[in-house]
Unconditional design. Sequence first.
Length: 224
Amino acid sequence: MISAKKSALFEAGFTMYLTPLIRFSFSRILGQGVKPIPDKPVLFIANHSSWWDGLVFFYLNRTVWHHDIHMMMHEEGLKKHSFFRYLGAFSINRQKPKEILTSLQYAEALLKQGKSVVLFPQGDEFHLETRPLAFQAGAAYLIEHCPEVPIVPLSFYYSFGHQQKPELWIQQHQPIRASTLEHMTRKEKTFYLQQLSTEQLNSLRNTVISENSETFYSLGRRRK
């Protein structure tokens, strides 16, 4: 497993590159419920359909949440883009069961140290319209081992509207307490999170299709 080597200096420098890149690449970045989270740490989960997803998480953290986040990332991708280690990325190799456990134990240790963790429970990157989202059991494992840590599901939806550049719509769910799921088996916990995230993503898709942005606000420019 490749561990994180987070650097505050590198993160600050990378933000100077990432912020204008994000704001330039999308015609609109719209959020609903995307707001600071007093609880620290938290376990973030989200659907995974684009290489933008990880960068969007870093962007949201720098502009909204301000947590000490770490992100689980495919070992192959982390080897190719090793600079992500300095942003808090650590690896998982799903081809080796023992290393899956090692990565989950590493994430567990981070949470117990007060650091928030980002997980893409689908395991791989899938087309945005793939259903069901088919979650792996990693999030449920962490819920069981860190019951005091709330789970915050997010949905990302990328869409081409009426502009040359795509739009990014983001919906943040209220924190879910592990106590809500404590009576469930690990398989049931996984299915619960999968269903919740699928329903949230489908609802967001319908909102995007109807172009109903009245309850959304811009995340793509500085707030006054």
